[in-house]
Design a protein around this ligand. Structure first.
Ligand code: SAM
Length: 222
């Protein structure tokens, strides 16, 4: 069995009892960054063997992991934070496991996009998750398509690109488009901004963005 196990995005209390149990019972834990995950595992007294599995070695390591799974080993994949496969490694392994008729389960648990969406105050009944936008090539084209989307948009952005992002969005989405910017979810300095795109430009130019952010934008009205 291959388990994808969500880990906290800030507050350690957000790990589930089942996640802790399965991590303890796994023959091997695949971690995006073993140094980051070792701290979490130590905190919960999880002593299963751990090995790195990230975007630079996932192609090379996947066949070996599939062999272990075929031999009946229980393997758990975790990322640095949140749900593996969501803007993190995981998809390639899931696909390879399913192609080899290996059972895959992703546990319900922490991820940044869902709490951000639900507490944004922007309709959360229908939404599109865009992950990270392309850094350069294709970025404006992606934003142009997103500007025409009628469903709520949810995406991730790093702090140093946030002001540039809002400036790029302004002519495409219009100054009055509503958005919410959720910062440091579940952490000590969690905060949020809700307003129009124009107000976001003013606010973040005056308050330099630091930390981790999720952006939620209302869909265009027909
Ligand atoms: N796998 C993760 C998940 O399930 O949400 C996402 C990993 S992705 C590499 C990291 C991005 O997720 C950050 O740049 C930020 O946009 C968002 N993120 C992660 N933790 C967050 C938090 N505590 N508050 C706000 N955004 C967060």
């Amino acid at each position: 069995m291959l388990y994808l196990i969500p880990t906290p995005i800030g507050n350690l209390e957000d790990i589930t009892l089942r996640a802790i149990r399965l991590l303890k019972e796994s023959d091997l834990i695949l971690a995006e960054d073993t140094r980051v995950s070792s701290k979490l595992l130590k905190h919960f007294e999880i002593q299963s063997p751990i090995e790195s599995f990230h975007m630079h070695n996932e192609h090379y390591k996947t066949p070996k992991i599939i062999d272990l799974l075929k031999k009946g080993k229980t393997i758990a994949a975790i990322s640095d934070a949140g749900t593996p496969g969501i803007s993190d490694p995981g998809f390639l392994l899931v696909r390879a496991a399913l192609e080899s008729q290996i059972e895959v389960q992703c546990l319900p648990g922490p991820t940044a996009l869902i709490p951000a969406l639900v507490q944004s105050g922007i309709p959360c009944d229908r939404f599109v998750f865009e992950g990270f936008l392309p850094p350069k090539k294709g970025r404006v084209t992606r934003l142009e398509t997103m500007a025409r989307e009628t469903k709520t948009l949810v995406f991730y952005e790093s702090p140093h690109k946030l002001i540039k992002l809002f400036e790029q969005m302004l002519p495409l989405f219009g100054p009055e488009r509503k958005l919410a910017v959720l910062r440091e979810l579940s952490k000590l300095f969690e905060s949020s901004f809700r307003g129009t795109l124009e107000e976001a430009c003013t606010f973040f130019n005056a308050n330099s963005p630091k930390g981790e952010f999720v952006i939620v934008v209302e869909g265009v009205k027909n």
